[in-house]
Write a protein that binds this ligand. Structure first.
Ligand code: SF4
Length: 393
């Protein structure tokens, strides 16, 4: 996939844009001034694979907590600033790695200048974040919005998109006017189609790296569809340098789903196991959903190499659908036949499937780490159905 080339910025140890891999971000849901819980949440997100974590700093007590938080975490931290430019200055002083700012909700442009100057002096990038809710129509910008509206004339809510692009341009004038280019851009909306439209336009117009996200996506059940629709479409067009999937839910899900999205698009090297599972049907003869959930949870904990694991409810379609899996189980009549790299290694009772499957995954992981086996080399190729083998059922 050809990615759009953008300028590169550096957020602590993590580059964004240019030839850097697409990074995954999340934002803590708790209060930043509650240091222990904030650090615990950041560390959970880090363990889940987050590259960068953002924290809100609405009050002075939040920025006052930052240096202690920074000393206890391993990922770059972004301070999310709204309304109070002093929070940005305090966060910079504390050593954060990036500022997220919406200049539109800071009244005085001189205050924005002071934040830009402090970031410049400390080599800290800024994300200029424009959300649909924060776009306020201003009379003096109407002409430009009308010009831009023609670009979006055939789009749903073209006027809103035009206003958002005009806002980004207006803010960039402020930053570029002070020779500041360490910038990342975002323009988030709730509607997936509009998110695709606006980021396509930003990508055409600007060289700055883009932070992709859908705002107010909702709970994971619906938010994941909305986010993956928008972000998956953009990323598959080569647009986007860093992503945040946001849910009204446990923030770890944001990271897990962001990483899975990048894995699916081959934009991130898979670290742990990849799980394939059949959807189940009337041929099923084991409690497949529970088995799949248990396998998934164990694989997350125990496997750190990209083993492809298949959990199939029967041998009717299972072998074909599990093609390419390194480890697979084909269930039938309260039993499971387990294959490792094309070789049948076990035939176990239903209650033994989980432990045996994981044991085989761990054994294969060990071999891979010792250089004794290569993943993806031996395809699953099974022809005999379980019932033909008499004793196996
Ligand atoms: Fe049904 Fe078997 Fe396919 Fe699973 S693998 S969906 S049980 S036919």
């Amino acid at each position: 996939m050809q990615r759009k080339k953008t300028r590169q910025i550096q957020v602590g140890t993590v580059p964004i844009g240019g030839d850097a891999p697409v990074s995954v971000q999340s934002m803590t849901a708790g209060y930043t001034h509650e240091i222990d819980t904030c650090v615990a949440e950041i560390n959970r997100l880090t363990d889940a694979g987050a590259d960068i974590v953002r924290v809100a700093v609405p009050e002075k007590k939040d920025t006052a907590a930052l240096s202690e938080i920074l000393s206890q975490v391993k990922v770059p931290i972004v301070a999310d600033v709204h309304f109070h430019f002093k929070r940005a200055l305090e966060a910079i002083e504390a050593g954060v790695h990036k500022i997220r700012l919406n200049p539109g909700n800071i009244n005085d442009v001189e205050q924005v200048h002071s934040v830009i100057d402090a970031c410049k002096a400390n080599s800290i990038p800024i994300r200029i974040g424009v959300n649909e809710g924060s776009v306020v129509e201003r009379k003096d910008k109407q002409k430009r919005q009308q010009e831009l509206a023609s670009f979006f004339a055939d789009r749903k809510q073209g006027h809103l998109l035009a206003m958002m692009v005009a806002k980004v341009e207006e803010y960039l004038d402020i930053f570029e006017g002070r020779d500041f280019y360490d910038i990342c851009l975002s323009a988030k909306l709730m509607d997936a189609r509009l998110v695709i439209d606006i980021y396509q336009e930003l990508s055409k117009r600007f060289e700055y790296p883009l932070h992709l996200g859908v705002t107010h996506a909702g709970p994971r059940q619906t938010g994941s569809i909305r986010s993956v629709t928008a972000l998956g479409s953009l990323l598959s067009q080569g647009i986007g340098d860093t992503i945040r999937i946001s849910y009204a839910s446990d923030t770890v899900f944001e990271v897990e789903d962001g990483i899975e999205l990048l894995n699916c698009l081959d934009l991130r090297k898979r670290i742990g196991a990849e799980l394939i599972a059949c959807p189940s049907c009337g041929r099923i003869q084991v409690d497949l959903f529970k088995l799949v959930e248990d396998v998934r949870n164990q694989l997350v904990n125990d496997i750190n190499v990209p083993i492809k694991v298949a959990v199939m409810g029967c041998v009717v379609n299972g072998p074909g659908e599990a093609e390419g899996a390194d480890v697979a189980v084909f269930a039938g009549d309260r039993k499971g036949i387990i294959y490792v790299q094309g070789e049948r290694v076990a035939n176990v009772k239903e209650h033994e499937i989980l432990d045996r499957l994981l044991l085989e995954c761990k054994k294969l992981q060990h071999k891979v780490m010792q250089g004794e086996a290569k993943l993806g080399e031996k395809a699953i190729n099974i022809v005999a159905p379980i019932t033909v083998e008499g004793n196996t059922t």
